[in-house]
Design a protein around this ligand. Sequence first.
Ligand code: HEM
Length: 125
Amino acid sequence: MDTVSKFLTPGIVFLLTLGFGLWLSLAGRPYNGLLFNVHKLAALGAVILAGIQVYALMKGLSPQGWLTALTVIAVLCVLALFASGAFMSIGNLNYQAMLTIHRIALPLEFIAMAGIIALLAGKTL
Ligand code: HEM
């Protein structure tokens, strides 16, 4: 199986996460519990599935600049997405600031992951 197709399942689960995130957002607050949980669990699933593939493909490679930098960015974005999502649902921190973090971390995560996959594909094709 080539590198890009290994990310098909995490990619589909990521798209589901986006879809449920938008739906959750459109449904407004207080959040619909079912939409919130599906969004959160889909996010967790996408992260775990992508993490397993990245780990397997990186194993055995010596540390390299761009790949390491993009992986650090991707991990930080995931942490930002989970933390801002949790704080939005608890509602004890500035909502607008948390939503902005959620919206900025998302495209950054996407770009970092695309870069990681492109670099890994270049190494294993
Ligand atoms: C890979 C991880 C994630 C992605 C890609 C993602 C993506 C999204 C997207 C696209 C939206 C719609 C934002 C908008 O209206 O512009 C959203 C909303 C939301 N997400 Fe996530 N999300 C992720 C993880 C999480 C997690 C782990 C939680 C909870 C712990 C969470 C909680 C929320 C909440 C509460 C909203 C509604 C925000 C609002 O009030 O409009 N998200 N997410």
